[in-house]
Design a protein around this ligand. Structure first.
Ligand code: SF4
Length: 460
């Protein structure tokens, strides 16, 4: 029988019936594929291959086309007779085809491992494993255990990657077994969906980003765009009329602790799934860039400096030296959302203990310019902030002449992605990316300066 459902389409159905249907019959309506999404997919594939080294000597049942079809199922049946370890072992039951990343046989007992490039087991991994357990066990496999192989977040790389330490196996057998009763009904529901003549009506909602961002969001958004256009215009008109209210007494009390020189500081970071450098962990935030605007004293000329790694070597040693030198030993270090910068500094102090004292001193000088904008503080308020205290929402309200919209890089996720690509770029593209990154991070700290000035000088 030709498979009707794959593991991926089953999980789409669990997320949203409309996504399931669109994926089956209207793939042309999907969002254009983004480079970043491809990179995340590639990371998953690479991590899967790496985990196979934990179980050496296996045979791969996946075909050349990298698609798990009936040929993969046939190959798996053959390999079961001759091999005790099979990678991408594929099975078909009740119209559902799925492949488990690593299948290990010990006599008549089987152990299944699904590899996930995360630091822990997530809810979506359980749904995924539950379907696989359903298919494998109904195909007659005596499954003794089902585990998610994910990263050990405590692993610290020193020298070559230690695969045995990098991964950890968490059994999900009990919870997966508890979900078995629901799976036949889900499958039956999804099969019925296939016979619908029209796209099912589903409102956009939290499911659009949970557990993953839906790739039909552009299409669904376009359906409701016209409905909202007039409302958006109305909101924009109202925003123009909304005033910023500042509790001057509280603002002065907040800034009374600021000491010159004032350092407006911001890190950009990158996370590598598999630790790229010594003294780093899976998905650790590695700072690769900072921007620093400095006001030595009131009314002084604004100074600017920055650091940016080369995209290849560990940026932390050079960044640390320059940062410690430039931040000196006195003056307030002003950040936006200080828990991020403080978290980075705390990890640097662990990984580079020779700088612990200086890093602790820097850590203790940090203040958070975001605090007065928190609705709970109610020091700087405007309905135009829309309840947000992201600098990207505050800036256009208080300093409309400064904007991220003309930049090639406009947010931290893109900055991180582009930095990660730099090592593989040609010279021209690399230079352009460097310029884009420097411009983006510079605006992050300049935005803080201008917001602070606008309030200090009573311009808002
Ligand atoms: S964008 Fe949301 S509503 Fe539309 S198909 Fe995706 S999950 Fe469903």
């Amino acid at each position: 029988m030709r498979p009707l459902l794959s593991k991926t389409t089953y999980l789409y159905g669990m997320q949203c019936h409309k996504r399931f249907y669109l994926n089956r019959y209207h793939k042309n309506l999907a969002n254009p594929e983004e480079e970043q999404a491809q990179a995340i997919f590639q990371t998953g594939t690479d991590v899967g291959l790496l985990a196979q080294h934990l179980f050496p000597g296996g045979i791969n049942a996946q075909g050349e086309d990298k698609w798990h079809g009936e040929a993969s199922v046939k190959r798996t049946q053959e390999y079961l007779k001759t091999h005790s370890i099979i990678y991408e072992a594929a099975f078909l039951f009740n119209g559902v085809i799925c492949a488990v990343d690593i299948l290990v046989r010990n006599g008549n007992a089987f152990y299944a491992y699904e590899v996930k490039s995360t630091n822990s087991v997530k809810e979506q991994h359980i749904e995924d494993a539950a379907l696989q357990y359903y298919v494998l066990s109904n195909c007659g496999l005596n499954l003794q255990d089902f585990s998610i192989l994910h990263f050990n977040k405590e692993y610290v790389r020193v020298g070559e990657i230690d695969i045995a330490q990098l991964f950890t196996a968490s059994s999900v057998m009990a919870v997966v077994e508890a979900k078995q009763a629901f799976i036949p009904k889900n499958i039956a529901d999804f099969k019925k969906l296939m016979y619908l003549k029209n796209i099912p009506i589903v409102e956009m909602g939290p499911q659009c980003n949970k557990p993953y961002a839906c790739n039909f969001s552009d299409y669904c958004s376009s359906l409701i765009a016209s409905q909202y256009n007039s409302a958006i215009e109305e909101v924009e008109t109202r925003i123009e009329n909304r005033e910023t209210r500042i509790n001057r007494k509280e603002w002065e009390s907040f800034t009374a602790g600021f000491e010159y020189p004032l350092f407006f500081f911001d890190f950009e970071t990158i996370m590598y799934a598999v630790p790229e450098f010594n003294f780093s962990r899976p998905y650790q935030q590695i700072p690769f860039q900072y921007s620093l605007h400095i006001l030595l004293q009131p009314h002084a000329k604004l100074l600017h400096t920055s650091y940016l790694g080369n995209g290849v070597a560990d940026p932390r040693p050079d960044l640390l030296e320059q940062m410690i030198r430039e931040l000196g030993t006195s003056g307030s270090i002003i950040t936006w959302n200080m828990s991020f910068e403080k978290g980075i500094l705390a990890k640097l102090a662990i990984d580079f203990p020779e700088y612990q004292e200086e890093l602790l001193a820097i850590h203790n000088r940090i203040v958070d310019l975001m605090t007065p904008f928190r609705p709970s503080q109610a020091i700087v308020q405007s309905a135009a902030f829309n309840g947000s205290y992201s600098i990207k929402n505050i800036l256009p309200v208080l300093v409309p002449e400064l904007s991220y919209t003309s930049l090639n890089i406009q947010e931290g996720g893109t900055a991180s992605f582009r930095y990660g690509q730099m090592g593989a770029m040609g010279e021209e593209e690399r230079e352009q990316t460097r310029a884009d990154l420097l411009e983006y991070c510079c605006l992050d700290t300049l935005a803080m300066v201008r917001i602070w000035e606008a309030i200090e000088k009573g311009m808002v």
